[in-house]
Design a protein around this ligand. Structure first.
Ligand code: E4P
Length: 217
């Protein structure tokens, strides 16, 4: 499973890039707003220059024509930009048009297997089931990821990759990897939680203390 960062915060992206494990970034309008970005295009272009993998950015207009037009515009911002299109009937139409033009789509706000299947058939490069938001309403968000992966595996002609999104904690990443998700997109604090373990910290302290006593001999 590959790791994407789910943020529009440039500092977090720069910090995470140094770790050498981030293969892409996903953003959405809320994340862009939280990052305090004033120039949407400039922010996305900067992210695309920091991380060479796919950078997903959302279309923020409604109506098929307007969405297609904005998506075409966004696709010129950088070679690695991916356009996020919501999982609606209009979104399907838009995805079909963009896929024929070889513009990569991340079919987002996916909450059912049927939405995922239709998005894949429309030619989306990625499908983003939102795990945490389903957990929030008392459903099992990770089961959706498992079900989508299972269905896609039954039809090898489907090349759409599954991005486990709306990840809230490290255990979500473990479960997404076990489910066979191609990618998990994780907030920066979750990425840092993934690498931390108290036994690693105490192990380092003990090794260093013992080493100091050896070097005093
Ligand atoms: C994914 O592409 C979305 O940006 C994100 O995972 C949404 O997560 P949230 O439910 O924490 O807002």
């Amino acid at each position: 499973m590959r790791i994407f960062l789910d943020t529009a915060n440039i500092e977090q992206i720069k910090q995470a890039a140094k770790l050498g494990v981030v293969s892409g970034v996903t953003t959405n309008p809320s994340l862009v707003s939280q990052a305090g970005a004033t120039d949407y295009e400039a922010t996305i272009k900067e992210i695309c220059s920091i991380i060479s993998g796919p950078i997903s950015t959302e279309v923020v207009v409604e109506g098929v024509e307007a969405m297609v037009e904005q998506a075409r515009q966004i696709s010129t911002w950088a070679p690695n930009v991916v356009v996020k299109i919501p999982a609606t009937a209009e979104g399907l139409e838009v995805t079909s048009i963009l896929a024929k033009e070889k513009i990569k789509v991340n079919f987002t706000l996916c909450f059912s297997v049927n939405q995922a299947l239709l998005g894949a058939r429309a030619g989306a490069a990625y499908i983003s089931p939102f795990v945490g938001r389903l957990d929030d309403i008392g459903q099992d968000g990770m089961q959706l990821v498992r079900d989508i992966v299972d269905v896609f595996q039954k039809y090898p002609e489907i090349r759409t990759e599954v991005i486990a999104a709306s990840i809230r904690h490290p255990q979500h990443c473990v479960e997404a990897a076990k489910a066979g998700a191609h990618i998990a997109t994780v907030p920066y604090p979750v990425l840092m939680q993934m690498i931390r373990h108290p036994l690693t910290d105490t192990g380092i302290s003990r090794f260093l203390a013992d080493w100091r006593s050896v070097s005093r001999r």
